[in-house]
Ligand binder design. Structure first.
Ligand code: ADP
Ligand code: ASP
Ligand code: MG
Length: 814
């Protein structure tokens, strides 16, 4: 004997009914089958709605009953040959008239008891199961319809009745022992109490009906037919990459469903587990898929965890007070009070100091819970032994489930580490002593992000999604986009990183696409996009709350640098090629580094010095391995290099600077380069990274340009340089006379940073630096005489973008 249960989604339309009939036909050819059916999808909700309208005195309930009627009639008309319509349609009509009479009663009395509501919702399963029986009859498939209310006996807790297994098992056994048929059709969900009043088994309860029947008749198997191909590693509506679980133990299935995997109603497992009857979850719409087999033993698959689930609309109640410490009986009184009010406790944690007990309940019960708990402890509250019950709303429970967790230490570390990296705050934690699940209470707004990151972390083969927000699409920003496009597939395959660019803005426009922007169309998309508003852009990053978010600043704008703290404090990584933040007040620089540490995220700025050259990373590696930086010498300005390499007297100094600007080697404002400010910022950043607390004013800067060049606009700057051509010519000739070359050099020694133009001899370390090359010489304890040298192209959009890209990958892999 076999029990098959079909859910509401399997009987949502005539088409689905037809699929169900196919499955039944095949099954009944091999075995005696008991079919348990849910209401047509959406009907139970609609019936509750009808009841509530009637209670409120809203006549709309009549129209809503009509809609229910139409839906069922339509299914019948499509499903069953016309010659057989009249008997089933008149049956349905009679039931719907009954329903309407009940509702008229409610309407008149303006009162809807849970008892009446159960009677009202019972029509859903009665209608659907009779349609199925009629369809089977039309195919001459012999079957017997049986009212489950005559089989399943419960107490009188309407809406959520508890089964009286002794009476139920007897009724079921004697019925099936005494009735001969190859096929039975039963409505799920409904039952009756000792007085014969209709009760229901809780929402989703048809699964439970099927399990109760399967256990009572000792079925060989219980099949749950639904709209997914089995239990999945996470709710497929939340996690696109969730996978099917082929085998799972009763306990694991129970925990997953208890914590929100709706595919099976939690109480379902118990009756069949006691009898060791396997449960097979199958997809009505893809019967060839294996589905999920739930059994006592499962082979240990390699993953430490089996699935992740969540329950939303949770409130946490905290009972706190010093008066509880060491005195037994408080928790008993708390739980007794909740149980008297029929409030189901989903999760419990107690601090070991016994100073507080936290329980999670469904949000709808939080108000009543507060009333009854405060009433229970009214005396203790009045004398200050404990505080009135505290309530936090808008929470969810997140649970990681797996039998195999016992054998894998570090699962909770990994779980909380991953959540931490993503700025997800944990309100409470519980781990069952079975070590089969770890659950955490988090804000509901974080659920999607949390489940997805954990899923990527725990299921091998999973690819980590990285979400990038880029501000600044000048030369560097556009190159970066190009490089991301090129490398995306490689990163997916080799590093299992799925890079998506979700937000892009320049100074004029901004675009945002939560599903990832189509980068091929970026210019077109951007030109049609709404105007840029930095505050809005920042809010969007925080509101979309995507996992592994990385903000990239490819501007030279102070306002953009100002938003870093806000982002870091929400665990959004910040990658800056903008130098402003790191060269601002030391206190601000330190704060950003501290924020990144505190919120477990990355603040990286390798391109602040020497574009893509590994200058800062090398320095960090030296320090981390215990070395000490004693002296730095560096050529850090591609611009000034270019200018002095090209200035040979054949053209004016100003014309060479113009050329450098035209070729994109200068900062947007070339005065930042020529004044030495840009180089000063770079050596300051290096000195700070080397562990020195220094300000911009501490950098000794000997200018080589006459002061008048820095007055007025950029154009004035060029005019003024032309006017001072002799000054530059003299500098050049003086160097040439001594057979020396001009180099703009940054230094750091004895804790003092400096920048300035120097004359160097042909054997100097920097003598052969050509073009826009940069070079940094680190003199350290380990490299005292021969410095460690980092050298190469230190400017240009391509290499800078590559440096930013490398920082992105570094941040993504934190
Ligand atoms: P039925 O109508 O057959 O009773 P339900 O809607 O009650 O079906 O349950 C099936 C749904 O459960 C699926 O469509 C899926 O969206 C949801 N679900 C939630 N968590 C999981 C999970 N871990 N695995 C599979 N399905 C899940
Ligand atoms: N029809 C009921 C509900 O929607 C029972 C079920 O479908 O399992 O909750
Ligand atoms: Mg269900």
């Amino acid at each position: 004997m076999k029990v098959l249960k079909f859910g509401g989604s399997s009987v949502a339309s005539a088409e689905s009914f037809a699929k169900v009939v196919e499955i039944i036909t095949e099954a009944v050819a091999k075995d005696v089958c008991i079919v348990v059916l849910s209401a047509v999808q959406g009907t139970t909700d609609a019936l509750i709605d009808v009841g509530r309208d009637a209670e409120k005195g809203n006549g709309a309930f009549r129209e809503k009953i009509k809609i229910i009627e139409n839906k069922h009639f339509e299914i019948v008309r499509e499903l069953i040959p016309i010659s057989l319509h009249s008997s089933i349609l008149s049956f349905l009509k009679k039931r719907l008239n009954e329903l309407e009479s009940f509702c008229e009663g409610v309407f008149m009395l303006r009162e809807l008891t849970t008892r009446t509501l159960d009677r009202i919702v019972s029509f859903g399963e009665i209608l659907s199961s009779n349609i199925l029986a009629a369809k089977l009859n039309s195919f001459q498939i012999e079957n017997v319809w049986k009212d489950t209310r005559e089989l399943v006996r419960t107490d009188s807790k309407f809406g959520f009745a508890a089964v009286d297994f002794q009476a139920t098992n007897l009724q079921i056994k004697s019925y099936f022992d005494s009735t001969a048929s190859k096929l039975f059709v039963l409505p799920g969900f409904i039952a009756s109490d000792a007085s014969g009043a209709t009760t229901t088994l809780g929402r989703g309860g048809s699964d439970y009906t099927a399990s109760i029947v399967a256990a009572a008749v000792n079925a060989e198997i219980l099949e749950i037919w639904t709209d997914v191909s089995g239990m999945m590693t996470a709710d497929p509506r939340l996690v696109q990459t969730s996978r099917n679980i082929k085998h799972i133990s009763y306990q694991e299935a129970m925990e997953l469903s208890h914590f929100g995997a709706k595919v099976i109603y939690p109480p379902t497992i118990q009756p069949v587990m006691n009898k060791r009857i396997p449960v097979w979850i199958k997809n009505t719409f893809a019967p060839e898929d294996f589905g999920t087999l739930i059994e006592a033993e499962t082979t240990l698959e390699k993953e430490a965890i089996r699935g992740i689930s969540s329950i939303s609309k949770i409130s946490v109640l905290s009972l706190e007070g010093s008066g509880m410490v060491g005195i037994p009986g408080f928790s008993k009184r708390l739980f007794d009070a909740l149980s008297r009010a029929h409030i189901n406790v989903v999760l419990i944690t107690q601090s070991s100091s016994e100073h507080s007990i936290c329980v999670a309940v469904e949000e709808e019960y939080s108000k009543i819970a507060k009333e009854i708990v405060d009433a229970e402890f009214v005396y203790e509250i009045s004398v200050g032994k404990i505080e009135p019950l505290k309530i936090e709303n808008d929470l969810s429970i997140l649970a990681v489930v797996g039998e195999n967790m016992k054998n894998h230490p570090g699962i909770s570390g990994k779980m909380f580490g991953t959540l931490g990296h993503n700025g997800i705050n944990i309100h409470a934690i519980a781990q069952g002593s079975s070590e089969r699940n770890i659950s955490a209470i988090i804000s509901s707004k974080d659920v999607k992000k949390a489940i997805n990151t954990l899923h990527e972390e725990f299921f091998s083969g999973g690819t980590k999604q990285v979400n990038i927000f880029l501000v600044g699409i000048g030369t560097v920003g556009s190159k970066l986009i190009e490089q991301i496009r090129q490398q995306r597939e490689y990163l997916r395959q080799n590093l299992r990183l799925n890079l998506r660019v979700v937000g892009v803005a320049n100074s004029r426009q901004m675009i945002f696409d939560e599903e990832g922007i189509k980068l091929e169309n970026l210019p077109a998309l951007l030109s049609a996009a709404p105007p840029m508003n930095l505050a809005e852009f920042t809010d969007l990053i925080l509101q979309t709350n995507l996992r592994n978010s990385i903000f990239v600043d490819a501007t030279a704008n102070r306002k953009v640098a100002d938003i870093y703290p806000k982002l870091l404090a929400k665990s959004v990584s910040v990658i800056a090629c903008n130098k402003i933040a790191c060269s601002a007040a030391y206190e601000d620089y330190l704060r950003l580094k501290d924020l990144a540490r505190e919120f477990n995220t990355a603040f990286l700025f390798e391109t602040n010095v020497g574009a893509g050259l590994p200058i800062i990373n090398t320095l960090n590696d030296l320090l981390r391995s215990g070395d000490k930086i004693n002296r730095i010498e560096a050529v850090l300005s591609g611009t000034l290099n270019f200018v002095f390499n090209h200035y040979d007297g054949s053209g004016t100094f100003a014309s060479i600077v113009r050329k450098a600007q035209a070729e994109g080697f200068t900062e947007p404002d070339p005065r930042l380069d020529l004044s030495g400010t840009d180089v000063a910022r770079k050596i300051l950043i290096l000195a700070r990274e080397a562990g020195y607390e220094l300000e911009m004013e501490d950098v000794e800067n000997t200018p080589f340009l006459p002061a008048s060049c820095f007055e007025g606009s950029v154009e004035d700057f060029y005019t003024e340089m032309e006017r001072h051509e002799t000054h530059f010519r003299q500098m050049l000739e003086k160097a040439q006379r001594e057979n020396l070359a001009l180099k703009y050099i940054a230094g750091f020694e004895s804790g003092k940073p400096s920048v300035g133009l120097q004359q160097i001899a042909s054997d100097n370390n920097f003598a052969n630096l050509s073009g826009k090359d940069n070079a940094v010489l680190y003199y350290t304890n380990r490299y005292p005489e021969q410095p460690l040298v980092v050298k190469g192209a230190g400017a240009g959009a391509d290499v800078t973008a590559a440096g930013v890209f490398a920082d992105i990958i570094r941040a993504a892999r934190v």
